[in-house]
Design a protein around this ligand. Sequence first.
Ligand code: FE2
Length: 415
Amino acid sequence: MLDYHRLGRLPAKHHIQFKRSKADMTDGCPVYYEHCITRKGFDGAYSIAYRKNNPARELDAKPAKLASAFEPAAADAVGPVRRHHLRSPGVAGKGTLWESLRLLMGNDDVRIGTSQPTVADSGLVQDGDADLLLFFHEGSGRLDSELGSLAFRRHDYLFIPRGLVHRVVFDKPGKGALPPHVLWMECRSGLEIPSNFRHPNGQFAMDAPYSHRDFRRPTALSKPTPGDGHAQGKVKLLHKRNDAYSWRTLPHHPFDVVGFDGTNYPFAFNVHDYQPKTGLVHLPPPIHTTFLGGKGSFVVCSFVPRKVDYHPQSIPCPYPHSSIECDEMLWYVEGDFASRRGVGPASLSLHPAGIPHAPQPGRYEASFGAERTDELAVMVDTFKPLRLTKHAMGCDDPDYHRSWMGAGSKGTYTD
Ligand SMILES: [Fe+2]
């Protein structure tokens, strides 16, 4: 997805004998096992890893059940079409990153939820259904994976390619820091860098909202963690495929890679490294585009603190608009949300297609003369309708839809 990256030891060419050292001998095979991890069959991005163990070895598989399953709410529970405001802290789960996940909405292309883990270590997991894009509203830590480790921090996006065996380990919150809180985007149709951000040679264009330097790639190969069970020859791995969870048991640790290269690997990008654009007059939401769902099925946008429009008669807050083919999810991170009734950090709103978007009362005129906004938010616009889940209806604010009728003041500039 990004550029070519390599770590560790590699043979000179693909698919040739790579003799292993005595210390790495695990069986009678004199060479490392070459493991090709490919996308779009064999026609997409790929990485090639070199392992100490045959990756196909497995001891056992058993069903597992997690509350994070996607359960759309019944139509009569959702009710008529309207705007929704979900108070995501109200559906907090417990346990690991995955156990505490509460999916709130989704379609065939993307599912969106929130996770507030109370256990620092996710354990070994693998999502066979989707690329994961996590946004760390709060929390920092480290991703370990078959394809290396990297540190993540507050307000990072973390991309984990589908099928990658990984674990997420959170730091203990420091003084004044809040416990981990994660916006979860399960990108079932995939996730891409928009092609208009790249030159034909793959390099990001100079007017793209980020450069290659802004992305953080794995910096070291991951090692087995004590307690993973590898000393006993039984390593448990939580696996999701076709929305069913399984516990797989491996006789060796999957972090046995001595080197890899390719373009399919995890990365992190901090939202504060996003370079916003400002115009003479208000520019439309695509200027905030950060990532694209597969085949253009959805967009992920970053609204970051920025200067606003500079025409002397500009109206910095968004013009009323109807993006009539998109449902819009907005995750509020921080900034001035005062005019959105009841909305605060980690609030999540859903505005279905067809209902016009417009400033709340008083906000339009209050924006005249404004020079900057300090708000921070993540938006996902989807072309297929988003279905709300039972968890969503458990934290739904029934008054939000009517809040455009009341008195307001200045507020958000998000679209
Ligand atoms: Fe909008």
